[in-house]
Design a protein. Structure first.
Length: 254
């Protein structure tokens, strides 16, 4: 089982925290984001991990438990272009993992066990997290609808919270065939669009082409570090509110 952690971006919303280091190397609850990700993937049975670097590539430590792949065009690339740098077509199954998120191993386990060619985990308790992060949850949240375990819509801005059934957690499973379907969809785009496309836009494009995307519901236990405010919030919650709805931590010995 192969996973690709996307860590090439500059993390500009983090301010000075990421001026000289990748966001994935920031610390939260005593460990780097990367360490939480690697531990969760290992607990889920993922035995091969690549990390895609870009911004502040020289800050990466000596490799430990992963292979570093550099995206030389990271400044002009979106997450899917970075994922392609890790050659997912060479693997039976690849997990796409956003480098700025932390998650419980059960999220990764669900994707590892899924038989689908393309599958995502979505958080049906998203509002509990977004309402802590934003004054107006609709300023950031996007549409997501599913039916009978299949994705129906994703990625649009909406004016009503009722139009949002869950939120994408930044984890995707691609089988070899699933990535071939994605590559075929990407080939229809202009080169600039192909370089910059983000994950939810690709998923929406696949839906337009009639490609099935499986949806696995989760109930919290993950969070994304999109800004310096997010990081400060999670540090506070991890210290003062153990067991809050989106606490991703687990007892590795259990």
């Amino acid at each position: 089982m192969h996973a690709v952690i996307l860590a090439a971006g500059a993390g500009s919303r983090m301010g000075t925290l990421t001026r000289r280091r990748p966001k994935a190397l920031l610390r939260l609850a005593g460990r780097r984001l990367l360490d939480w990700q690697l531990a969760a993937l290992a607990a889920a049975g993922v035995d091969a991990v690549k990390v895609v670097s870009g911004h502040a590539a020289a800050a990466w430590p000596a490799q430990n438990g992963f292979r570093l792949v550099h995206n030389v065009d990271w400044q002009n690339s979106g997450p899917i272009a970075s994922f392609a740098c890790a050659d997912p077509a060479a693997h039976d199954v690849s997990l796409l993992v956003y480098g700025d998120g932390v998650f419980h191993p059960d999220l990764a386990r669900a994707l590892v066990r899924s038989p689908a060619d393309i599958a995502i985990t979505v958080d049906r308790h998203w509002h509990a997290l977004w309402s802590r992060r934003f004054i107006d949850v609709l300023a950031d949240a996007e549409s997501l609808r599913r039916h009978d375990g299949r994705l129906c819509e994703i990625g649009a801005r909406v004016a009503d919270v009722a139009a949002i059934e869950a939120q994408f957690t930044g984890l995707v499973r691609f089988s070899r065939r699933g990535w071939q379907q994605a590559a075929a969809a990407l080939a229809t785009l202009a080169p600039e669009q192909r370089r910059r496309i983000d994950t939810t836009t690709l998923l929406a494009l696949l839906l337009q082409r009639g490609v099935e995307i499986a949806v696995i519901d989760v109930a919290g236990r993950w969070c994304e570090v999109d800004s310096a405010r997010d990081l400060a919030l999670y540090r506070l919650l991890a210290r003062r509110c153990p067991g809050w709805s989106h606490d991703w931590r687990w007892d590795a010995a259990a």
